[in-house]
Design a binder for this molecule. Structure first.
Ligand code: ARG
Ligand code: ZN
Length: 881
């Protein structure tokens, strides 16, 4: 294992390479433990570059076994090779030259899952961000683009399939028992988009005719026997291709598009040109194994990776600081796609829930960083929810500022101007400025200033003048390396309603730009006066979450209830319900901590139950409304000195009160929200299941017995219902006989299916309370648990650390000690995975002092370990700072 050598890399140090890479020709002779890689690279010195400069190629754990210069063996005096790099001197001043580099690598021993590795008997690669340098010495940076030819030689029986990027050139036998295939990708690409897959897999095939009439072959490769489970992914792919043509005018550009599902993968999926590699969790689905959430994720991730073909591949990042250029934009595109395929309001609610529960804690803790960072020690640690999800929100705000047409013009210009290039966020923003004429200088602070802005609002109505005055103030909290901030340009979608519902249109607004129902907050404090307001307005601010901010606006429960009933934006209705819920949940946590009885405000309970029963609202929306803010949401809102047990107890007490008050409504919903006919994963049917299952959860609180959940478990005919019933049983009645029986049944039934068993691990890892740590330790010895598999590890250890505040955060600190032990162990094999799971400690400072001390000790134990990867060292040091 490599111990930390991580230097800090600074954006300010960026400069182009001295050498231009013209062509890449790779030949792989595959072998599980000794794969021979021959890389023929043609370079020329960049005009104007230092005529004496040597070429320096990146490596990572490599050994050089041959080096030719223009086909002739190179004298050792002209080069230096180490595992981390190859330097070649005395190169021609301007003439092109060819380096032929041979390395021998061991895919079987590659447990980092970066570079070329083995999974489920096949060969596969993961090169983003810096995995290609584990295959051969190379200028492994995203601004070096070249066309690739790839030749693959392998045993024919074990590897009937030999895949790489681009179009298939041809293949043939290659000596006894072997064969070869050649691929050519005409689109110049950086090395991080390289992919190779070889082995024996089943395939689902289809075709797609593009808008200009070209036929593209589509292939999804999965383990033999699982082909039927790839049908939904194929459908999602075709819908994605159509949508990108219709919405963004983007057409696919090769003869073939392939997806390969693998079972060992560090992330969700990877957009390699023409050959996406996916975590099989995001490909395989059928009603027996996949929940509605799984279907939605598959649809979103298939779309995300496909959309990268233009936003990421055709136009890529100049350097890794620009990661949000492709990720933020592509997340925005996949959000828009899912919104168009499903319910826009419900999708927006889910996005905002996710943003608040994942990105806000990151932005408010020790790992906070700007969407476009300026330094890093380990780039793998910057595939964060800030770069992805906040990056998407920033793109969304550009669309809000420019309007639909303005945004479209800017995107068209971006595709036009930068196709084939590796560019920066500044290049991206400039396209929107040029297309719209709007100055986005201040707006760009969203890319550069970390921290979630807090906007405080207060309003007053002057009936004599018929005006409403809104005072706004923005504050951006200090974050690591950024003690003070400039005021930002915050687009607040805003509307005024009368007390009985109808919208009030102001005749004019002073003090702030207000166009298209968007109020532009641009200074630290700002006072907007709305004229022509005939009666006291109920104000709705940050509708559809137009800006990713925290908003403090003291609205009465009565006004919030009005918005929950009358807002035309359904996202804002959900927001109003959440705003009604939160003070109750915060007070409940405080009261529970002091041993006081927990009592819930009547307006809130009534409004919530009324929303649940409101048949004019979509079931999926009602399910979202009923799903109260989570324990970590409450912890975040409380802000500090947090006691997870009190938060849990308070929230459970509130759930119980809602359940008791709404028992009849929930029983009615549980009976009525049924789907008929064959299972369909469509959004509407999923919404019915979501509302029915939410009702079941409340009923289990009202009834206090596992009977109904057990009956639901026994009757379930799809994974959504089955896993929901099992979750209720395990979380509410962990020691009950029904739960034990259901867990055993589930395990027996799905023992062969690792992805489903992950749900079984995750459900148990999420059981609240001190006893879960023992259960998690026990489950690690289950023969179905595999320590080396990232999905297993995330399901069990990841769920425990990220999603079980009372179990993980038990007062004696044993949960944190367990995590430290696991992190040190995982780090010896897979640093990326270890670092990712360790980010579960990011909010440790907001714990009450005893737990915070335990958490600190666990972090220090990790920090003191002698051999740490750069990945884990980077996270642990920043977390402790
Ligand atoms: N670009 C991939 C995506 O679609 C993520 C790959 C991240 N890989 C990594 N090793 N950090 O979002
Ligand atoms: Zn991506």
């Amino acid at each position: 294992m490599r111990t930390d050598t991580g230097q800090v890399i600074h954006l300010a140090d960026y400069r182009p390479t001295d050498f231009v890479l013209e062509r890449v020709d790779l030949t792989f002779e595959l072998d599980p433990t000794e794969t021979k890689v021959e890389a023929r690279l043609i370079f020329h010195r960049r005009p104007g570059a230092d005529p004496t400069a040597a070429i320096v190629l990146d490596g990572d754990e490599l050994t050089l076994s041959g080096l030719l210069f223009d086909q002739v063996e190179l004298d050792p005096s002209r080069y230096d090779a180490t595992p981390e790099g190859l330097t070649v001197r005395d190169l021609p001043e301007s003439a092109p030259f060819e380096l032929t580099i041979t390395t021998i690598i061991n895919p079987e021993a590659n447990t980092k899952l970066m570079g070329l590795y083995r999974t489920g008997g096949i060969y596969c690669t993961q090169c983003e961000a810096e995995g290609f340098r584990r295959i051969t010495y190379f200028p492994d940076r995203p601004d070096v683009l070249a066309p690739f030819t790839v030749n693959i030689i392998a045993d024919k029986d074990a590897n009937p399939l030999l895949l790489s990027n681009g179009n298939f050139l041809g293949g043939a036998g290659y000596g006894p028992g072997k064969h070869f295939a050649a691929w050519f990708d005409p689109h110049p690409k950086p090395s991080y988009l390289f992919a190779l897959v070889a082995g024996d897999l089943g395939v689902v095939e289809d075709t797609f005719t593009t808008m200009s009439g070209r036929e593209v072959v589509l292939k999804i490769y999965v383990e033999h026997g699982k082909e039927p489970r790839a049908a939904y992914a194929m459908d999602a792919l075709k819908r994605s291709m159509t949508w990108d043509e219709e919405r963004f005018g983007r057409e696919y550009d090769l003869d073939i598009f392939m997806i390969v599902a693998v079972s060992d993968f560090n992330m969700g999926a990877m957009e390699n040109k023409g050959l996406n590699v996916f975590n099989d969790k995001y490909v395989l689905a059928d009603p027996e194994i996949a929940t509605d959430a799984d279907y939605a994720n598959i649809e979103a991730i298939i779309a995300h990776e496909y959309f990268h073909n233009w936003t990421g591949n055709r136009i890529t990042c100049r350097d890794w600081f620009q990661l949000c250029l492709k990720e933020g934009l592509t997340v925005y595109r996949d959000h828009e796609f899912s919104s168009d395929q499903r319910s826009r309001a419900v999708k927006r609610i889910a996005e905002v829930r996710h943003l608040k529960s994942e990105q806000f804690p990151e932005d408010g803790g020790p790992l906070a960083h700007p969407v476009r960072p300026t330094k890093y020690r380990e780039i793998n640690n910057f595939y964060t929810t800030t770069v992805y999800e906040k990056g998407s929100e920033v793109t969304r705000m550009i669309a809000t500022l420019l309007g639909k047409d303005g945004f479209k013009k800017g995107m068209d210009l971006y595709f036009d101007r930068h196709d084939g290039q590796a560019v920066t966020i500044e290049d991206f923003v400039k396209c929107f400025e040029d297309a719209s004429g709007r100055d986005l200088t201040q707006f760009s602070l969203w890319y550069h200033q970390a921290g979630t802005p807090l906007v405080t609002a207060s309003g007053s109505y002057d009936s004599a003048a018929g005006s409403f005055t809104l005072s706004l103030e923005q504050m951006i909290p200090a974050t690591p390396g950024q003690p003070s901030k400039e005021p930002m340009h915050i687009p607040l979608s805003l509307a005024l309603f009368g007390e009985n519902g109808g919208k009030i249109e102001p005749t004019s607004v002073d003090g702030a730009e207000y166009t298209g129902e968007v109020l532009h907050l641009t200074s630290r404090t700002q006072t907007a006066v709305f004229h022509g307001i005939g009666s006291r307005p109920v104000v709705s601010i940050n509708r559809s979450f137009s800006a990713p901010i925290n908003l403090h606006f003291d609205q009465s429960p009565a006004d919030l209830a009005r918005l929950a009933r009358h807002e035309t934006d359904h996202f804002a209705r959900w927001q109003a319900l959440t705003d009604l819920a939160l003070p109750n949940l915060l007070k409940a946590a405080r009261d529970a901590r002091e041993g006081k009885p927990v009592v819930c405000e009547a307006t809130f309970v009534e409004t919530l139950i009324a929303a649940a029963a409101d048949e004019s609202l979509e079931p999926a929306f009602r399910a979202q409304a009923l799903a109260l803010p989570s324990e970590s949401d409450i912890a975040r809102e409380l802000g500090g000195n947090n006691d997870p047990d009190a938060i849990h107890a308070g929230r459970q007490a509130i759930l119980k009160q809602i359940a008791d008050a709404g028992k009849d409504v929930f029983a009615g919903l549980y009976a009525a929200m049924t789907t008929s006919g064959d299972f369909s994963p469509d959004a509407k049917s999923a919404g019915l299941r979501a509302l029915r299952n939410t009702a079941l959860t409340y009923l289990s609180h009202a009834e206090e017995t596992p009977a109904r959940a057990k009956a639901a478990f026994d009757a379930a005919n799809n994974m959504t219902d089955l896993s929901h019933a099992l979750t209720i049983l395990a979380h509410r009645f962990p020691d009950g006989a029904e739960t034990r029986e259901a867990l055993a049944t589930f395990r027996d039934r799905f023992a062969e299916n690792a992805l489903v068993i992950d749900k079984w691990f995750a459900i148990q890892a999420g059981i609240p309370g001190v006893k879960t740590l023992g259960r998690v330790r026990g489950l690690m010895d289950d023969p179905l648990f595999k320590r080396t598999n990232p999905n297993r590890m995330r399901a069990l250890v990841g769920t425990f650390a990220f999603a079980n505040p009372t179990g993980f955060g038990r007062a004696d600190g044993e949960g944190y000690r367990f995590l430290a032990e696991q992190i040190l162990d995982i780090d010896t094999r897979n640093p990326q995975l270890a670092a990712r799971i360790l980010t579960s400690m990011r909010s440790w400072r907001s714990l009450e002092p005893t737990r915070a001390d335990h958490a600190r000790s666990a972090l220090i134990e990790i920090e003191r370990a002698t051999a740490l990867s750069t990945d884990v060292r980077d996270i642990v040091e920043r977390t402790l700072k």
